[in-house]
Design a protein around this ligand. Structure first.
Ligand code: ATP
Ligand code: MG
Length: 423
C-alpha cells in the first residue's frame, strides 16, 4: 500500500482529470460507492474458485459479527447499488467509478495491495454497439493521455451454456495430456478448467495452443455479436488481436472480453480489462439486465505516463512566493495574498510562514519552484508597494503598488513582453 507524495500527485491529478473529461464527453455519470461490502457479494459475483476470492481478499468481521470485505474490484458494488437504488428498472445506465481496491497479492512492481482503478459500466444494452463504445472510450483515453503502444486483445466467451459444452471438451483434451501439465494447471483443471488457458508457463504454451478453441463452439447468435463488434472496431480504425486464450480471471463474464496490454511494464502487462457480464444482475436478484464494463489500473497508467515523458511536469508547489521580513506586517501580507488569490484563482501563492531573514526567505521561494518572489520589506510597507523579483527569468526586479498587484499579477507571470519589461 503506497503513499502518493506531493511530487507525484500532479501526475495523478492530470490523469484523473483527463479520464473524467473523456467520460463526460461520452455521457457517462460518476457513481461513488462504498469501499466495504458484505463478503458474500464478492463470493457470489467474482466466484468462489478465483484467485481473488480464494486468497486475495481483505475480509474481517465487524462488531455485529457480519463478514465484510475491502472491495477487490468495483463491478460487484456497482451492480449491488444499481439494484438497491432502482437504477436498473426499465432504463439504461452509463456509469463510471473510481477509487482504491484491495487485494492481498504478492507486492511487486505494478502490483500492489491497495491500488486504484477507474471503471466504466453500461447496463441495459445487449448489442455489440455498446461493446464497441466502451472499447472506443478506452482508446480515446490513450489518445487523450498521449500513451501509444498499447495493444488490444479481444475474445468472446459466448453464453454460459456454450461455455459449459466447451468446458467438457477442454477437460477431455487436458486430461488426455495430464502428464504434460504443471501443478498449477492440474489444480485449475479440476477447479476452473478455462483458467488453464490463462497459464503463463512457457513449457505448456504449445499444449495450450493445441487445445480446442472456444470460438469454434459458439452458436450463430454469439458469433454474430462478436463479428458485429469486430466490424464496428474496424470502422473506428481500432486495431485488435483476437486472442482465443483470453479468458479473464473472474467468473461473471460472457461474450465479449478484452484487455489492453503493454510490453513496457514487465510482467504486469494488463493496463485495462473488461467484458460483458449479462448474467450478473439477475444472479444478484435484479431483473435480467445485459451489462458490460471495464476497469483500468491507475498505478500502471501513471507508470506509463512517466515512462512516456521522464521529464513529465511534476509541478512546482507555487507560482508566487510572498516574502515578508517584518512580523508586524504578517496581517498585511495575508490580506494582500488573499486579494491576489481572489483575482487569480489558478495561481498558487505561497506565503512565507515562520519568519526568517530575507535571504533565507528567497531561498525558500526558489525551492518552492515559484516564478516570482514578492517582497514586503520595511520600505515597501511604508510606501504601500511590493518588490517583484523574477526567479526564473533574467529580468530586472521592479516595484509595483500593493493596490495594483492583484490585477497586474497575471501579466507579471506571463512571458516577458516589451510592455512590462523594465529597462
Ligand atoms: P492481472 O492480470 O495483472 O492480475 P487482473 O486480471 O487481476 O490483472 P482486473 O481484476 O481485471 O485485473 O483489474 C483491472 C486492472 O486493474 C488490471 O488490468 C490492472 O491494470 C489493475 N490491477 C489489478 N490488480 C492490480 C494490483 N494488484 N495492483 C495494481 N494494479 C492492479
Ligand atoms: Mg490479478
Amino acid at each position: 500500500m503506497n503513499d502518493i507524495l506531493p511530487d507525484q500527485t500532479p501526475l495523478w491529478q492530470q490523469l484523473e482529470s483527463t479520464l473524467t473529461r473523456v467520460l463526460h464527453s461520452y455521457g457517462y455519470g460518476e457513481i461513488r460507492l462504498p469501499i466495504v461490502e458484505k463478503t458474500e457479494l464478492f463470493k457470489r459475483t467474482i466466484g468462489e474458485v478465483t484467485d481473488i476470492v480464494e486468497k486475495e481478499m481483505y475480509t474481517f468481521e465487524d462488531r455485529n459479527g457480519d463478514s465484510l470485505t475491502l472491495r477487490p474490484e468495483g463491478t460487484a458494488g456497482c451492480v449491488r447499488a444499481g439494484i438497491e437504488q432502482g437504477l436498473l428498472h426499465n432504463q439504461t445506465q452509463r456509469l463510471w467509478y473510481r477509487g482504491p481496491m484491495f487485494r492481498h497479492e504478492r507486492p511487486q512492481k505494478g502490483r500492489y495491495r491497495q491500488f486504484h482503478q477507474v471503471g466504466v459500466e453500461a447496463f441495459g444494452f445487449a448489442g455489440p454497439d455498446i461493446d464497441a463504445e466502451l472499447i472506443m472510450i478506452s482508446a480515446r483515453f490513450w489518445k487523450a493521455l498521449g500513451i501509444g503502444h498499447l495493444s488490444l486483445e479481444l475474445n468472446t466467451l459466448g453464453t454460459a451454456e456454450e461455455r459449459g459444452r466447451y468446458r467438457l471438451e477442454l477437460i477431455n483434451y487436458l486430461q488426455a495430456h495430464h502428464q504434460q501439465l504443471d501443478d498449477e494447471s492440474r489444480d485449475r483443471l479440476t477447479r476452473n478448467p478455462l483458467r488453464v488457458l490463462d497459464s503463463k508457463n512457457p513449457d505448456i504454451a504449445e499444449l495450450i495452443a493445441g487445445a480446442p478453441a472456444l470460438l469454434d463452439h459458439l452458436g450463430s447468435d454469439s458469433r454474430g455479436h462478436f463479428e458485429q463488434l469486430c466490424g464496428l472496431l474496424d470502422q473506428a480504425d481500432i486495431r485488435y488481436r483476437i486472442n482465443p486464450r483470453l479468458v479473464r480471471g473472474l467468473d461473471y463474464y460472457s461474450h465479449t472480453v478484452f484487455e489492453w496490454v503493454t510490453d513496457r511494464l514487465g510482467a504486469q502487462s494488463a493496463v485495462c480489462a473488461g467484458g460483458r457480464y449479462d448474467g450478473l444482475v439477475a444472479q444478484l436478484g435484479g431483473r435480467e439486465t445485459p451489462a458490460i464494463g471495464f476497469a483500468m489500473g491507475l498505478e500502471r497508467l501513471v507508470a506509463l505516463l512517466q515512462e512516456e515523458d521522464e521529464t513529465a511536469d511534476t509541478g512546482s508547489q507555487a507560482d508566487v512566493y510572498l516574502a515578508v521580513t517584518d512580523s508586524d506586517a504578517t496581517g498585511l501580507a495575508m490580506g494582500l495574498a488573499e486579494r491576489c488569490r481572489e483575482q487569480n484563482p489558478d495561481t498558487a501563492i505561497l506565503l512565507n510562514c515562520g519568519g526568517g531573514a530575507l535571504g533565507k526567505q528567497i531561498k525558500r521561494a526558489d525551492r518552492s519552484g515559484a516564478r516570482l518572489a514578492l517582497i514586503l520589506g520595511p520600505d515597501e510597507i511604508e510606501q504601500q508597494n511590493v518588490q517583484v523579483k523574477f526567479l526564473r527569468d533574467s529580468r530586472a526586479q521592479l516595484m509595483i503598488s500593493q493596490q495594483d498587484l492583484p490585477t497586474e499579477l497575471g501579466k507579471l507571470l506571463a512571458s516577458p513582453s516589451p510592455n512590462n519589461r523594465i529597462d
